[in-house]
Design a protein around this ligand. Structure first.
Ligand code: NAD
Ligand code: TYD
Length: 372
């Protein structure tokens, strides 16, 4: 039985990952450590709790722990009591606009939190290794994994051509990407200095179920359903490479099981789109599926070009050939199918949207978009 510590498992990608990992890794226990910030919602795993409650054996395979990755004491206790041998580290402040408005939380969680987690992992790994009484290098790497989930934003901004590879120099431009770059360097240093068996993934923009409606795709779906303006930053021609979240989670599982220790794998969706294309596509699909709020008014008429984001990266695009060649992973969902599945999920889950859009979201929205 593997004991996997998932950090940030109540967020968008973490919750999708836990659902998939419990299905696929039948010999694993998952301990989900999450602080439940505005972005972490227990509702993201509601269905899972119901399934697990029905089956006693299953319920022993999943445990939620409310806590902060910066809390070293709690981490030390968790590693020891739960016999953690695998870490999948998602917990982070993840929204670029919020990092521009207030970078401090990003430094705290993304850098200091990752540092605290690495320290706890290193101490526990050394103790576990000594307990086995061998210093056999192969045996050590068999036993422990620390997988750090990062972003393509650490590589900076591309022009019209070119792709990010694993060897592209880091050139972060926002407080968010700078904090993730910093955490990547720390993770890498724990491999080179201490031999901690780390793995790293740098992926492109995810989309899919349980995506918090501050990010482009869920924000546009939610606003378009409610007849609100659809804010497009600048000229709308910035490009992102969209990756369906379940594909990202299968890539993480692949890297966890087969990745070479100390390596980084880029994960992308092979789906580059300009923001304006994404917004128009969502409008058109919703027009097909749902009556407009005002008869005869196509949803594209809600599009509003607004003041650009400061330091807005122009284009991100991933070369995912390393993970394909080494591990046989490639995305299985193209954007046309993925965006329809995503829209259908939001249409079928109005209660989830209502639950995550509390008063603080309304305040956030007013602050971000009120004067734009
Ligand atoms: P998210 O914002 O939806 O979720 C983050 C989760 O971490 C939340 O559940 C939150 O409560 C938790 N958390 C935050 N601070 C914490 C702390 N100090 N201690 C414990 N838990 C804490 O993020 P996401 O979109 O699911 O992203 C997950 C990871 O993937 C992040 O590391 C992010 O940088 C990376 N990533 C995301 C994308 C994307 O498109 N969403 C792309 C590339 C990489
Ligand atoms: P976002 O979902 O915030 O992800 P990231 O900044 O990590 O790429 O934004 C995706 C793109 O959409 C990015 O180029 C900024 C743009 N954008 C808008 O045009 N309007 C919006 O309201 C938001 C949230 C983003």
């Amino acid at each position: 039985m593997k004991n996997i510590l998932v950090t940030g498992g109540c967020g968008f990608i973490g919750s999708n990952f836990i659902r998939l990992a419990l299905e696929s890794l039948t010999d694993a226990r998952i301990i989900n450590l999450d602080k439940l910030t505005y972005a972490g919602n227990l509702a993201n795993l509601d269905d899972l709790d119901a399934d697990l409650d029905a089956d006693l054996d299953e319920s022993q395979r999943y445990k939620f722990v409310l806590g902060d990755i910066c809390d070293s004491e709690l981490l030390g206790k968790l590693f020891a009591e739960e016999q953690i041998d695998t870490v999948v580290h998602f917990a982070a402040e993840s929204h670029v606009d919020r990092s521009i408005d207030g970078p401090s939380e990003f430094i705290q969680t993304n850098i200091l939190g990752t540092f605290a987690l690495l320290e706890a992992a290193r101490k526990s790994w050394v103790v576990r290794d000594a307990g086995r009484g061998t210093r056999d290098a192969e045996n050590q790497v068999e036993q422990f994994r620390f997988l750090h989930v990062s972003t393509d934003e650490v590589y900076g901004s591309l022009g019209d051509t070119g792709l990010f590879t694993e060897t592209t120099p880091y050139d972060p431009r926002s407080p968010y990407s700078a904090s993730k770059a910093s955490s990547d360097h720390l993770v890498s240093s724990y491999y080179h200095t201490y031999g901690l068996p780390i793995l790293m993934t740098n992926c492109s923009n995810n989309y899919g179920p349980y995506h918090f409606p501050e990010k482009l795709i869920p924000l546009v779906i939610n606003n378009a359903l409610n007849g609100k303006e659809l804010p497009v930053y600048g000229d709308g021609k910035n490009v992102r490479d969209w990756l369906y979240v379940v594909d990202h989670c299968t890539a993480i599982l692949k890297v966890l099981q087969k990745g070479r220790i100390g390596e980084t794998y880029n994960v992308g969706g092979n789906s580059e789109k300009q923001n304006i294309e994404v917004v128009q596509t969502i409008c058109d699909i919703l027009d097909e599926k749902v009556e407009p709020l005002t008869a005869g008014q196509p949803r594209r008429s809600l599009i509003k070009f607004v003041k650009d984001r400061a330091g807005h990266d122009r284009r991100y695009a991933i070369d995912a050939s390393k993970i394909k060649d080494e591990l046989g992973w490639q995305p299985s969902v193209n954007f046309d199918d993925g965006i329809r599945m995503t829209i259908d999920w939001y249409l079928h889950n109005p209660a989830w949207i209502a639950c995550v859009l509390d008063g603080s979201y309304q305040e956030y929205y007013q602050k971000m978009y009120g004067g734009r």
